[in-house]
Write a new protein. Structure first.
Length: 175
């Protein structure tokens, strides 16, 4: 529990890695730390974690993840190509979900908390055709492009998300 930081690509392509127990003092994971660890199917992120680098868990075998309580950004490609990833729990401090953060995953349902200010283009690119996003924020910006998103967005009437989705031909339903 004395490890506070894991540097870029530390475990990249460790194909035999199946489970990770991270330090409870860990505050930062570098870029691509566990990228391409295709057999990694279990990881519990400690609540001390403040930042995960870009593509940190890209192409791993995890099925679920809970974002630590203090994290504010899901970085670019953080969980991209995690084809088995279906269950994601976001914390109430998340402010930004970057492009490809959850692209090419098996997510079918996700609640985006009210505090989220921005969901970037392609954040959910090529997820399940049945993807249902419930976006709770009235002022949340959603860089909506029909070519990057297939599914249904549930949001508040008159919200920024509703406007952007309608302008881009994305199916929208009221919360």
């Amino acid at each position: 529990d004395s490890v506070r930081y894991i540097d870029d690509k530390a475990f990249k392509r460790c194909r035999q890695l199946r489970k990770v127990k991270l330090s409870q003092a860990l505050y930062r994971l570098g870029e691509e730390v566990f990228a391409e660890c295709v057999n990694l199917n279990a990881v519990n992120l400690p609540n001390s974690l403040l930042r995960m680098g870009e593509n940190c868990f890209s192409q791993v075998g995890i099925t679920s993840v809970t974002i630590p309580k203090q994290m504010e950004t899901i970085t670019l490609g953080c969980f991209s190509n995690c084809r088995n990833l279906q269950n994601v729990v976001l914390n109430d401090k998340i402010k930004t979900i970057r492009s490809w953060a959850f692209g090419y995953t098996g997510i079918t349902k996700l609640v985006i908390p009210e505090q989220v200010k921005l969901v970037e283009s392609a954040a959910f690119m090529k997820c399940s055709q049945k993807l249902s996003l419930a976006i709770l924020g009235v002022e949340t910006k959603f860089d909506a492009k029909k070519s990057y998103f297939s599914g249904v967005i549930y949001c508040l009437p008159g919200s920024e998300v509703q406007k952007a989705a309608r302008l881009n031909g994305i199916q929208v339903k009221p919360l």
